[in-house]
Design a protein around this ligand. Sequence first.
Ligand SMILES: Cc1ncc(COP(=O)(O)O)c(C=O)c1O
Length: 363
Amino acid sequence: MSTTETINFTRGVPANESFPTDEIAAAAQRALQKQAVAMLQYGPAAGLAAFREWLAQWQQVPVERVLTGNGSLEIVEFLCIALLKRGDFVLTESPSYDRALTLFRRNGAEIEGVPLQADGPDIEALEKILARRVPRLFYVIPDFQNPSGATCSGAKRRRLVELADKYDFLLLEDAPYRLLRYRGQDEATLYSLAPHRVLHMSSFTKLIAPGVRTGFMLGDPELLAKIGKVAEDTYISPGYFAHGVTAEWCAAGKLGPQIEKLKKLYAPRLDATLAALDKHMPDAVATRPDGGFFLSVTLPDGTSTTALRAAATRHNLNLADGLAFFPNGGGERFLRLPFCALTPAQIDEGVRRLSIAVREVKH
Ligand SMILES: Cc1ncc(COP(=O)(O)O)c(C=O)c1O
């Protein structure tokens, strides 16, 4: 590993070598042989029938509870247009996924962040907010959260659902990393605890490849119909071609083995990140996730990520801006480390450079 090679601890992208290219090519050919017209023609905005049906069976829900889209993020945009008025109150975790924050903000929502703890949102802080003002929805990433890596405990999941029922707001559960658990036990989804209260979304972009732009939402059919109408008015129907290929690939039983392959590739990268932090930055306060794409580090007192980013660049290390993940400020000492697209050797060298940069800017 040369010390001049640039290392990017910036974006949460999958590893290039994880893409099942040959399988996708074969699935495309089979899908076109089976249903070329359906895949190549316009159709309902809710999704290509074969794909929706496969998803409904996989998720054990009626088909009218499934909406598909071109990735999951754009469904959030449609949800904002369909369900939010300007000035509506929206809660997110703090920190939260920066692109979702942008969408809520762009659609005129007033956002307040609920501090995120190692085991999920701070419930006491949430209850204080709820006593003052009830949101239209609370956007939560319960599994291997982006950007922190935190996973919400079972007890907090149950409490979130109780509070949503008591105060009458929606939970928007975003779970693109849920299936990438490298160890430990799954917690119940919010959706399984309260299908009447929760819109659950997930995506194949982390499981197959971002290029398939295939995501979905599960939830109340009336809400999904409203969201689907915005989708229809925007693009008529989603990318049926990619969805048909995804459906064929899934129906051929490829998803399970692909997830196993991803776990084999990514678990050592998570372990390498934790080991590198122990070795080069033993005093670092880091989350220790059991899966997903990210862990996060709280920098020592007096160390800002803004200064650190500049110092890291001088060592050919690129870091992401931590501030963008915080809806109401804060995050000056927050650093997200996405580990999936780096080899263990790059991770060790990257964390070594990080430790040098931290020493340089600490005062
Ligand atoms: C929490 C979260 N939600 C949604 C997305 C976007 O997913 P998609 O590619 O399906 O739009 C990402 C991508 O990084 C993410 O981290």
